[in-house]
Design a protein around this ligand. Structure first.
Ligand SMILES: NC(=O)c1ccc[n+]([C@@H]2O[C@H](COP(=O)([O-])OP(=O)(O)OC[C@H]3O[C@@H](n4cnc5c(N)ncnc54)[C@H](OP(=O)(O)O)[C@@H]3O)[C@@H](O)[C@H]2O)c1
Length: 226
């Protein structure tokens, strides 16, 4: 499948690697491909520059947000939550229309330092804001509740015995996302229903941040026992 991933960060890179390895044709989107390729230094977390990463993944393309979105039959939003609407505007409504848009972004607000708060919650969510601004896109929130390495290798943590949530208005789009999740190794996929259920999935983040602090590691996940 042709997949467009909006976002060059660790989530974009990690999903791109897994989906490329899985045989998909992946193009990653960025604001300015030349500027992204010009960076050679690791980021503030010590993660390698996109250029260094891409040298090890030569089959993965890089383009402007609009090029990645035009390429994909299936799209993934892996941009900074505060910038997701801008990134999707740059991708172009016409390139989103009719396509599944798997939204992994979180509405984190770091403006008051750590821990971050949520800039939208309770009665609204980032996924709903995206769906409202781009009614032609088939938005499905998922994979936002665990760290990038667990997204693509659930079995590497507790033998995969933990849960991933799915929220979106379009049942067929939720089905496409579930299929991709199964490809990545997920077995406990909990379909929460329409896109408003993304409020809860995004509000997991404050406790997720606390759990990461308590464990001293981002590698944990929620298991829904039932
Ligand atoms: N890190 C994790 O393990 C993890 C886990 C679950 C969910 N998430 C969520 O996944 C998303 C991606 O996280 P990340 O850590 O990989 O990367 P990130 O640093 O949050 O986001 C990087 C991407 O956001 C784009 N961006 C930043 N500012 C922008 C702006 N003003 N306008 C347009 N685009 C802008 C960047 O564009 P350029 O390419 O042009 O620089 C880049 O592609 C976030 O929403 C995060 O909350 C992360």
């Amino acid at each position: 499948m042709r997949i467009g991933i909006l976002g060059t960060g660790i989530v974009g890179q990690t999903l791109a690697e897994a989906l490329d390895t899985g045989g998909h044709e992946v193009v990653v989107g960025t604001r300015d491909p030349a500027a992204t390729l010009a960076k050679t230094e690791p980021d503030m977390y010590g993660r390698p520059a996109f250029r260094v990463w891409q040298e090890a993944h030569p089959d993965v393309g890089l383009g402007a947000f609009s090029e990645a979105a035009a390429h994909g039959e299936f799209l993934i939003n892996a941009t900074n939550g505060a910038a997701s609407l801008d990134a999707l505007r740059a991708a172009g409504e016409e390139n989103l229309a009719g396509k599944v848009l798997l939204d992994t972004a979180n509405p984190l607000d770091f403006s008051k330092g750590m821990p971050p708060s949520l800039f939208v919650c309770n009665t609204d969510s980032l996924a709903e804001r995206i769906q409202a601004e781009f009614p032609g896109a088939r938005v499905v929130k998922s994979l936002n509740t665990m760290t990038a390495s667990v997204m693509v290798d659930p079995r590497g943590l507790g033998d995969g015995d933990h849960t991933v949530f799915v929220s979106g208005n379009d049942a067929e789009a939720r089905g496409s996302v579930k299929e991709l999740l199964r490809e990545l190794g997920w077995t406990d996929i909990l379909d929460l229903g329409d896109v408003s259920t993304a409020r809860g999935a995004e509000m997991v983040l404050p406790i997720w941040v606390s759990i990461m602090g308590a464990l001293g590691s981002p590698r944990s996940n929620i298991k829904i026992v039932r």
